[in-house]
Design a protein around this ligand. Structure first.
Ligand SMILES: *[C@@H]1O[C@H](CO)[C@@H](O)[C@H](O)[C@H]1NC(C)=O
Ligand SMILES: *[C@@H]1O[C@H](CO)[C@@H](O)[C@H](O)[C@H]1NC(C)=O
Ligand SMILES: *[C@@H]1O[C@H](CO)[C@@H](O)[C@H](O)[C@H]1NC(C)=O
Length: 374
């Protein structure tokens, strides 16, 4: 149940790329010596990087979410920190406040627009409709970012106690822009009445739209982009539970659902290549995010300890006794937190690997993500 059994071919590729980055570092000493200094991070995405939007805008998450690290719910769908938290920490930046969080939020070093349930394309249905997706889909997150960019500078110029909670103007150019979105576009397709082939056919349009927003942010000054692929959705308990008869691979994951995820990643990588070619003055890094499945740590019912309801932190009545769907004993050895999201341990595991550059294209480490022409 640990994460030791990561796909062998991925590891081999990782080593190959690590060797490659070592060689390019030797061949390119300027690149090797310049660590990027990002004074801010701006993040757009879904629940995999939501640090409080969903909780601020809708219903707050319950314990045991947050128990491992924050010792209370912290707006994150995990027992602890997310990959984006480890990214911020690696630059000695504070954890990002959600843009929509009106209480005690500081935006001096960036802002987080990610929202649980967010998609790239306009979703249907929307929260609070049952099974709804976030109304803060990528287009809205981009609008929020633009508003933040303008209004934060008005507030800085006004001075007073709010000024210091805003990023400096040049931070928008110097910042790292991170993206982790697309997962829910695939999920929405799978849980609609579309066939796997029909969902697959929507992928090019999803990725085209994604590209447009990255380009828009480039056009208002962004120069360093760190773009996560989607994970193996066919390994998550909510897919395995929703499609119990799906054909499985040797790891117990749904073959067809993972094939669509891989196709999404292939198109995304292609789109990142094109951005790099079209905008040579910016650094675009594609990051292959990959981990393993397994049984949900915080869930209830079924083969995978997951059902649509009740979810993690919700209350159920079993045998006439009320109980809260709580955490498994040791989330630090688990991957799957609640059937949909990773544990803090898995997030840290993924962060430790992707921050080296071993899973990126070009294979540059996170702390050099401002450089182009590797
Ligand atoms: C799928 O089709 C069934 C039967 O036609 C219908 O009851 C159901 O609401 C549909 N689901 C979605 C998500 O469209
Ligand atoms: C509820 O009762 C059934 C039958 O006695 C038992 O198998 C099950 O473990 C009980 N569930 C819980 C959560 O106690
Ligand atoms: C399933 O989730 C429950 C919380 O509802 C947890 O106590 C239990 O340890 C989990 N089971 C497994 C096998 O992880």
């Amino acid at each position: 149940m640990g994460f030791a059994s990561i796909n062998v071919s991925v590891i081999t590729l990782g080593y190959f790329l690590m060797l490659f980055v070592t060689l390019t570092s030797i061949l390119n000493p300027i690149f090797a010596s310049r660590i990027c200094e990002f004074p801010a991070i701006f993040n757009l995405g879904d629940s995999n990087s939501d640090t409080g939007t969903h909780s601020a805008a809708f219903t707050a998450l319950n314990s045991p979410n947050g128990d491992t690290y924050f010792h209370m719910p912290a707006g994150r769908f995990s027992d602890g920190r997310l990959i984006i938290d480890f990214i911020a920490k690696s630059f000695n930046l504070p954890y990002l406040s959600a843009y929509l969080n009106s209480l005690g939020a500081s935006y001096t070093n960036g802002a987080n627009f990610a929202s649980a349930g967010a998609t790239i394309r306009l979703p249907s249905p929307i929260i609070p409709a049952s099974g709804g997706y976030s109304p803060f889909y990528l287009d809205v997150q981009y609008q929020q970012f633009m508003q933040f960019k303008d209004r934060s500078q008005i507030i800085r110029k006004q001075g007073g106690k709010f000024a210091k909670l805003m990023p400096k103007e040049d931070y928008f150019r110097k910042a790292l822009y991170t993206f982790d979105i697309g997962h829910n576009d695939l999920g929405a397709g799978f849980f609609s009445n579309m066939s796997i082939e029909e969902v697959k056919a929507t992928v090019p349009d999803i990725v085209n739209r994604f590209s447009i927003y990255v380009k828009n942010i480039y056009e208002v000054g962004g120069r360093s982009f760190w773009i996560h692929s989607t994970g193996p959705i066919g390994c998550l308990a909510y897919i395995l539970t929703g499609f119990p008869s799906a054909e499985k691979d040797s790891a117990g994951c749904s073959k067809q659902h993972n094939e669509v995820a891989r196709y999404f990643n292939y198109k995304l990588k292609e789109a990142v290549f094109k951005l790099r070619k079209d905008f040579p003055s910016a650094a675009f890094t594609y990051v292959d995010v990959y981990s393993l499945p397994l049984i949900a740590c915080c869930g209830y019912g079924g083969k995978y300890n997951y059902s649509d309801a009740p979810r993690c932190g919700e209350t159920i009545t079993v045998n006439n006794t009320k109980m809260v769907v709580g955490s498994c004993d040791n989330p630090s050895v688990r991957v799957d937190w609640d059937g949909v999201h990773y544990t803090e341990a898995a997030n840290k595991f993924v962060f430790d690997r992707i921050s080296t550059g071993a899973f990126s294209d070009p294979p540059i480490p996170l702390n050099m993500a401002c450089h182009r022409n590797v």
